[in-house]
Design a protein around this ligand. Structure first.
Ligand code: H2U
Ligand code: ZN
Length: 348
């Protein structure tokens, strides 16, 4: 039997953050591909679109009017999936039918008044202001008694179900811990109990010393392709200091976050010279009033594109029925991302 070689042998990798396994089949990346690979023509958008629900001064779908905002603008979602005045009552029948009312609040964040500017195309002070708004929203929503968890995220691109081309993100703040952060909470707590140190501090230091999955870093944050990545160019953004939540950030760390986000998203766009679609979101500590010493502030990017602007990875068959699977290794994805320019292609 040859020694296990990650570049050739099918293997399973353990996700220490969720406690789940994924299947890696690196040899399949060499299989023939006869699908289409055409490039999408670059989309030209106007600075302002009179029909856009999110542009300054326009009427939204629910009938409200946006102010003539000049910086990042947040509002309560007109079609919120969660509502604050919901009873959090439990329903149970024979221990087989189990449900619970879920109070919450949904917000929309327009990153910029400009209809055409995505994060990597914005100026640094404007990206720093987006970070300020995320931090403020997290703190204000999290301070409410009924809100125990605040999920900040962005669906970018039509392929990810984004409903409006005006660059924006969302926040769903709610009473219960949702599934993904609940798994991460358990894994981080267990790790702290077992090792007396933080899971993501230790993991980030290990990846920095190895280097092969590291994509970019600055003084305050590192971006790496996690060992257990599922999506082709998935990355994990981790703070270097053991931060739990936005309130722990020093001013320089807010700037550091804006800097690393701009550089990462520019690289992403440069990969296939297209406005790169993804779902991304922060995982700060729950807002349930506990300290959460185990929790380490981080962010996930889950982009679906595989080999061109139009060819995406599908989570089907084996993924739906067994467990997630990938072909290109995390190491080769990191190498490709490392090589890309951090200057957005529109400015090159
Ligand atoms: P997505 O593109 O990720 O779906 O986010 C857009 C959100 O914006 C969506 O949840 C809300 C939708 O309900 N929205 C408003 O609240 N008002 C509008 O006028 C348009 C869209
Ligand atoms: Zn717009």
């Amino acid at each position: 039997m040859p020694d296990l070689n990650f570049a050739d042998h099918p293997h399973r990798r353990y996700n220490v953050l969720t406690g789940e396994w994924i299947q890696v089949s690196p040899h399949r990346a060499k299989r023939p591909w006869q699908g289409k690979e055409e490039d999408q023509p670059g989309e030209q958008r106007p600075h302002y679109d009179p029909e856009c629900y999110l542009c300054p001064g326009n009427e939204r779908a629910g009938g409200e009017h946006n102010p003539e905002y000049e910086k990042t603008f947040a509002f309560t979602n007109d079609f919120s999936a969660l509502k604050p005045d919901t009873p959090s009552e439990e329903f149970r029948k024979n221990n087989l039918l189990i449900a619970r009312g879920e109070p919450g609040i949904c917000r929309v964040i327009c990153f910029s008044p400009r209809h055409d500017l995505t994060l990597p195309e914005m100026e640094m002070p404007d990206i720093e202001y987006v970070v300020e708004v995320w931090a403020r929203e997290y703190e204000q929503l999290g301070n409410r008694d009924e809100i125990n968890y605040v999920q900040i995220f962005e669906n970018k691109g039509q392929i990810m179900g984004c409903s409006n081309p005006h660059p924006h993100g969302q926040i769903w703040a709610q009473n219960s811990m949702p599934a993904e952060p609940a798994k991460e909470l358990r894994q981080q707590s267990d790790y702290l109990d077992d090792h007396g140190s933080c899971l993501l501090c230790d993991y980030r230091e290990l990846e920095t010393s190895l280097g092969e999955r590291l994509v970019i870093e600055n003084e305050h944050f590192a971006v790496l392709v996690p060992f257990w990545a599922i999506w082709p160019f998935e990355v994990l953004l981790v703070s270097k200091r053991h931060l739990q939540r936005f309130q722990d950030f020093m001013e320089a760390e807010k700037q550091g976050l804006a800097d690393i986000l701009r550089r990462l998203t520019a690289k992403y766009d440069n990969l296939f010279r297209v406005s790169f679609p993804y779902s991304a979101g922060f995982h700060p500590a729950p807002t349930d009033g506990q300290e959460h010493p185990e929790w380490h502030f981080h962010m996930h990017f889950y982009p679906p594109l595989l080999r061109s602007a139009t060819v995406k990875k599908f989570m089907v068959g084996y993924e739906m029925l067994a467990n997630p699977q990938r072909d290109i290794t995390a190491e080769s994805a990191a190498e490709r991302l490392r090589e890309l320019s951090e200057v957005h292609y529109s400015r090159q």
